[in-house]
Ligand binder design. Structure first.
Ligand code: BG6
Length: 301
């Protein structure tokens, strides 16, 4: 993997002993996926911090830390202040930004541009999916400097090349999803659940429902649901579950059983041809299968 804006020697990239990802909103959610990928594949310790918290804390950041600021606009005040705080403490700052020439892009030591084009809709799907793609590429770069085999890297890259066609397939579900939206338009509350790389997808789904539809929604790691939110689950609380066939599929399946036991209606995002979750769910949205870490791209679309 080669990035045009990453003017840094391999030795310097390999020398960071920790990455702190800082961002807000949707960009924070892609950062969380970045954490899962970087730790799983590149074996680098990663923390993901809300920029608004990071800037006012006393974070353990030094010159061995890479601060990764993620922002679509490159102008979010909290993210900018967080990266400046990281710099002040001696960290190297890398920007993952869409808007060319924005303040975060200019103030970063080096960076990656998303080149996703102008982001117009609040849904920010384009920024989110591009951020996850760029984080995947960055993970491969870091992982190849460490322990990942060239074959594993190629497998992930191959899965990435399938994404445009797979996204087209998801977009074909437009009419069916519109019908689903009509069915649930008067619902006041939603719960979104997911695990692994799709826990951030659940957070992102809930955030978008709030921001665009003005409907209250909460995103949770599917298993954490039983430690509190389960008290709210009944026939009036539809639950959106991301249950793609990845390494935590069987775990999510048992979470769906728990939700159904409380008589909630379940809207599940599953992989094509799924029968186990589909048998329990009231509605399914079928998306194509991809690499575990890339599933949020298709689920979020
Ligand atoms: C918030 C928006 O103000 O900023 C979110 O409501 C957005 O939708 C967040 O994700 C971060 O924006 P950016 O431009 O820094 O990625």
């Amino acid at each position: 993997v080669k990035f045009g804006g990453l003017n840094m020697e391999d030795e310097q990239l390999a020398s960071f002993n920790r990455i702190v990802i800082t961002a807000c909103g949707t960009s924070w959610h892609s950062g969380l996926i970045g954490e899962y990928m970087l730790e799983e594949i590149a074996r680098v310790p990663v923390d993901v911090e809300y920029a608004s918290e990071f800037r006012y804390r006393n974070p353990c950041v030094d010159e061995k830390t890479l601060v990764l600021a993620i922002s679509q606009s490159g102008e979010t005040a909290d993210t900018l202040a967080a990266m400046r705080e990281g710099k002040r403490r001696g960290a190297t700052v890398m920007g993952l930004v869409n808007a060319v020439g924005s303040t975060i892009a200019r103030e970063s030591d080096f960076g990656i541009y998303l080149h996703a084009g102008p982001e117009i809709g609040v849904a920010s799907t384009k920024a989110f999916t591009s951020q996850v793609c760029a984080l995947t590429l960055f993970t491969i770069l870091m992982a190849r400097l460490r322990t990942m085999s060239i074959l594993q890297g190629r497998e992930i890259l191959h899965a990435m090349t399938q994404l445009p066609d797979q996204i087209e397939q998801v977009l074909e579900l437009n009419d069916a999803i519109r019908e689903l939206a009509r069915t649930y338009k008067d619902t006041a509350n939603f719960l979104y659940l997911g695990r692994g790389a799709n826990f951030p997808s659940a957070l992102e789904g809930a955030l978008k429902l709030k921001e665009i539809s003005y409907i209250h929604a909460e995103g949770y790691p599917a298993a954490e649901m039983k430690h509190g939110p389960i008290a709210l689950i009944d026939q009036n609380m539809p639950v959106v579950v991301v249950a793609t066939r990845d390494s935590v599929y069987s775990k999510v399946l048992s979470n769906v059983e728990e939700v159904k036991a409380r008589r909630a209606r379940v809207l599940a995002t599953v992989n094509d041809g799924d029968s186990d979750v589909a048998r329990l769910a009231d509605h399914v949205i079928e998306v194509p299968e991809t690499d575990d870490m890339l599933t949020p791209i298709l689920s979020v679309v």
